[in-house]
Design a protein around this ligand. Structure first.
Ligand SMILES: [Mn+2]
Length: 447
């Protein structure tokens, strides 16, 4: 296969594995969906329309299983090629074969995932342009769509101290060029969002870091990126992905609330939303549902990188999330908030290093998508008699009454509020939060 050409054989990389069918909850076929029936209508939309599932390039098609203690464990045909460019073309072809067999509608990529290693900015621009031509052909051939693209501003050694927050403007200029090229590529491929994950936008020690300057420069360059979006007429949503630490000791996009404060400070809260990741929520000491509810509260709920971490040590292990109860709690908040608009569930998840068979890639994604579908069905069941909402309405009902309205009135002073205690004979009686009752309702929705 020549460089940059489109793979024509349909089953070169995953021989013997056909399209993944929906077989229903009684099926014990490990290569079939038990809950994800993409055309099934749930709460007014199909499962596919609610979940908008996407598969990522990096974990499944770029990573060869290496970790800091050992080399790659995955023998993949698409990691080999006569030239690096030929291997990159194989990687793209293998990815689209996988996407098609999974029957999912979207994919996601970093610029460096889809082309060969490119040491200089000029080489990356040229190689990305060839890759984008090929991605466009694969999209036309398969009907796959791009959920989002992103520039990798953390792997190249020049980004050791960050991209947009680097102390050296030479490095930041390289980062801005990568973002410009990757946003233009995302627009050309019909991408519905553009993501910024600031993995190295942060610091290891304040002894060498001017924190205020770095935050101001992050705000300045994010505004520049937003301006470019409008200049080229890119209709997608710009997303920031919160993460508290790793690889840096402290990262500026700590969690959704921190990102909102940052956006508000630099006047970008109506231009940028968040791409939430459950594993990053865990690292920040939050639950997945907390991050979704917080994003809804601030009006910046954009998209989700679905995965989970290791519950014993909290590491960012990017595992496939099959914890239907945890997902249901977040899905309830997501659907209550109106669900995705341009976002979706991107499987930012990887099989374990010992899971080296081609089938393991399918098992991971099938289980992950079935867990999302089961959670969506659980939310449908919860909504049928929404006792969670009824309980909340009762719990807060005092605020619609006389005292609640009096306290909330902007003309009410602290003295006047305090005096109501004596004049009304109030003693602040506690009433039950009914947590166990509510947890049982969620548990039963999963029966
Ligand atoms: Mn992660």
């Amino acid at each position: 296969m020549a460089d940059g050409t489109t793979q024509t054989a349909v089953t070169q990389f995953f021989p013997g594995i056909g399209p993944i069918p929906y077989e229903g909850p009684e099926s014990d076929n490990p290569l079939a969906f038990r809950h994800y029936d993409k055309d099934r209508v749930v709460l007014g939309k199909t499962m596919e329309e609610h979940l908008r599932p996407a598969i990522c390039f990096w974990h499944t098609f770029c990573w060869d299983g290496f970790d800091i203690f050992g080399s790659g464990t995955f023998p993949r045909a698409w990691h080999e090629g006569d030239t690096p460019a030929a291997a990159a073309a194989k990687r793209r072809a293998a990815a689209f074969e996988f996407f098609t067999k999974m029957g999912t509608p979207y994919y996601c990529f970093h610029d460096v995932d889809v082309c060969e290693a490119s040491p200089t900015p000029d080489e990356l621009s040229a190689n990305l342009a060839i890759a984008v031509d090929d991605l466009e052909r694969h999209q036309e051939r398969t009907g796959q769509k791009l959920l989002w693209g992103t520039a990798n501003l953390f792997s190249h050694p020049r980004y050791a101290a960050g991209g947009l927050t680097n102390p050296d403007p030479d490095v930041t200029a390289c980062a801005l060029r990568q973002v410009r090229d990757c946003m233009n590529a995302t627009q050309r491929l019909g991408g519905e969002n553009y993501v910024l994950w600031g993995g190295r936008e942060g610091y290891d020690t304040l002894l060498n870091t001017d924190l205020k300057r770095e935050l101001d420069q992050f705000g300045r360059f994010l505004a520049m990126i937003v301006e470019h979006k409008h200049k080229i007429g890119f209709g997608g949503t710009i997303l920031i992905e919160p993460k508290p630490h790793e690889p840096m000791y402290h990262q500026y996009d700590f969690d959704t609330a921190t990102v909102y404060g940052f956006l508000k400070t630099y006047g970008l809260e109506n231009e940028v939303q968040v791409n939430i990741e459950p594993n990053h929520a865990t690292l920040a000491g939050h639950s997945f549902a907390h991050e979704v509810a917080t994003a809804n509260a601030f009006g910046i709920m954009g998209s989700i990188d679905i995965n989970c971490g290791n519950y014993q040590n909290g590491w960012d292990t990017d595992q496939f999330n099959v914890d239907t109860r945890d997902i249901t709690l977040a899905m309830y908040e997501l659907i209550k908030g109106g669900g995705f608009k341009t976002g979706g569930f991107n499987f930012d998840a990887k099989v374990r290093r010992q899971s080296s068979d081609l089938e393991d890639l399918f098992y991971g994604h099938v289980g992950g998508l079935d867990a999302l579908a089961k959670a969506l069905l659980a939310v449908e069941a919860l909504f049928a008699h929404d006792r969670i909402a009824t309980n909340k309405a009762e719990r807060y009902s005092g605020w619609t009454g006389d005292l609640g309205q009096f306290l909330l009135d902007e003309t009410t002073s602290l003295d006047a509020a305090a005096d109501r205690v004596m004049s009304d004979g109030i003693n602040g009686q506690h009433s039950s939060g009914r947590q166990e009752y509510l947890e049982n309702i969620v548990a039963r929705s999963l029966d």
